[in-house]
Write a protein of this length. Structure first.
Length: 244
């Protein structure tokens, strides 16, 4: 019996990085998965992982896409037990150089996308209960130069997670957020040499691997975490534990 055996999970950002790793972990642990992504790489993930994965094109900034992705899970597997809002983007600039184009792009994916995933996930699970895991970041817990909008969005994810946990409690829906640190993904962490000192920020002295974050998400969706909701969990090698 796997940790999430028999559960139906919907994931965004499934074409790469932590989303792709989560698909692999969830299938290994017995789940059926709807893998959403905007890039088309969700099809590659499904082909690589196998028959328990249904790839679906999804732009998380478009409510119709998110609603259709959740409905695809209901149509294919009969229900939804979990929603993982993984999709995210990042960009760096000083506050004084902020443009509204950059603001809209980052906030739409990193916060709007999570809110839409929660909205339609909660609607789908309102009668049966379930679990939602949102991807925030250590940037949602603390600040650093050049990340004003990203940090604002990820802080918003934390706040929205707590509200959804409160609202979902009476429905049997648990809502938690994880806050990855530096993770070796195609987008965020493939080239740490371009960010001197980044690996040393973790007290473990290394960056994380995508599957290490996915394992925490699997636990949070599982029945083993049945009394865990409204939790904000760093998965960062101890980075957020530092005072400086």
């Amino acid at each position: 019996m796997g940790e999430v055996d028999g559960k139906v999970a919907v994931l965004t950002g499934a074409g790469s990085g932590m989303g792709k790793a989560s698909v692999k972990v969830f299938v290994r642990e017995g789940a059926q998965v709807v893998a959403g992504d905007i890039s088309g790489a969700e099809k590659d993930t499904a082909a690589e992982v196998g028959g328990s994965v249904l790839p679906v094109h999804c732009d998380v900034t478009q409510e119709a896409d998110v609603e259709a992705m959740i409905q695809a899970a209901v149509d294919e597997f009969g229900r939804v037990d979990a929603v993982l809002n993984v999709a995210g983007i990042a960009d760096g600039f000083l506050v004084r150089d902020l443009t509204m184009e950059a603001y809209d792009k980052i906030m739409d994916v990193d916060l709007r996308g999570v809110l839409l995933g929660m909205k339609h996930g909660i609607r789908a699970m309102a009668r049966t209960g379930g679990a939602i895991v949102n991807w925030s970041s250590v940037g949602g817990l603390n600040g650093s130069a050049y990340t004003s909008v990203y940090n604002a969005a990820k802080s918003g994810v934390i706040g929205a997670t707590k509200v959804a946990a409160i609202e979902g409690g009476s429905l049997g829906i648990r809502v938690n957020a994880i806050c990855p640190g530096f993770i070796h993904t195609e987008i965020m962490g493939a080239h740490p040499e371009h960010m001197p000192g980044i690996l040393e920020k973790a007290v473990l002295g290394r960056g994380g691997q995508p599957h290490e974050v996915a394992e925490v998400a699997s636990f949070l969706v599982s029945d083993r975490a049945s009394f865990v909701t409204g939790a904000i969990i760093p998965v960062d090698g101890g980075w957020a534990a530092r005072l400086a």
